[in-house]
Design a protein around this ligand. Sequence first.
Ligand code: ATP
Length: 334
Amino acid sequence: MAELVQSGIAAIEVRGLAKSYGGVHAVRGIDLTVERGQIFALLGPNGAGKTTTVEILEGYRSHDGGTARVLGYDPARQRQQLNRQIGIVLQSSGMDRYLTVSETVAMYAGFYPRPRPVDEVIELVGLEAKRDARVLKLSGGQQRRLDFAIALAGNPDLLFLDEPTTGFDPSARHEAWEVIKNLAALGKTVLLTTHYMDEAQYLADQVAVISSGLIMAEGPPATIGNRELARARIHYRLAGGVTPPADLTAPAGPDGLIELAPDDLTTTLHRLTGWALEQDVELTGLEVIRPSLEDVYLELTGGPAGHVGQASAGTTIAQPASIQPAGRKGRRRA
Ligand code: ATP
């Protein structure tokens, strides 16, 4: 990694990547660059090609077009070298439930040439209090922390997180997000796939939306798809008996909500609130709304976003090459 930093090479560099399964064109010539230290989120509906792309980058799948470089390695030809420097968090459960937290982390650390000290890893994921607890005694959220700990045991430069919070309750999700943010603070590069727009919005520096094997848009969550340039809308409700000037109102929806889509947001908002103060009326539910990441996503993919309903709360970590089963897709969901 030190050489990479010096050479300025991106953590992941993909050009014209393509992969077909028989007649199914799963990935159709995509370009991606993930800079070192970035959290990069790959978003897309079911069957978009996310897993295929990620598995090619991890060295688990061959590709039939284009090039891929991960930490400077060709994942198809240099998988062993690559495996020593990446950590992978999958979705299905597979660890020995009778080992303790520290035994589990130590076991995985033993597969790597330069592991991070076990106690440091446990602290990083906030499992100090559960250090000597057996895996089977951990809550779902704590098991997810242990998944991250295992992925971190080898002190990887790059982490692949496959739908890291699918099936989690809100507090476990937020805990996992904090762990991921901690990784970024350590300078790790993270490539994650997710169906949750709020997750991408909160975590990612850069987002790519993939659909039918093509990248539809890429950019920071705040600006992807020209989000920041899209027209803002004003929402408000009024108590009965008062009528604002004609250009500050519109027919109310069934819930009484009035929506304006002004050319000049600042002026219109100023006039509306000025009028309300003058008239001493309350604008309940007053909001300025801009297209969310989910709106952009829906527009780009032409379908309902997120909440795909995969229920697996457990996860597992791919093991180093020497103990890795041949394929991982079949192990993804327990
Ligand atoms: P999801 O969000 O459901 O996990 P995804 O974006 O990860 O979807 P992929 O798993 O990469 O999508 O699948 C892309 C396409 O390739 C789909 O049409 C899928 O059916 C097909 N596909 C994936 N793996 C195989 C395989 N081993 N053999 C044949 N077709 C496959």
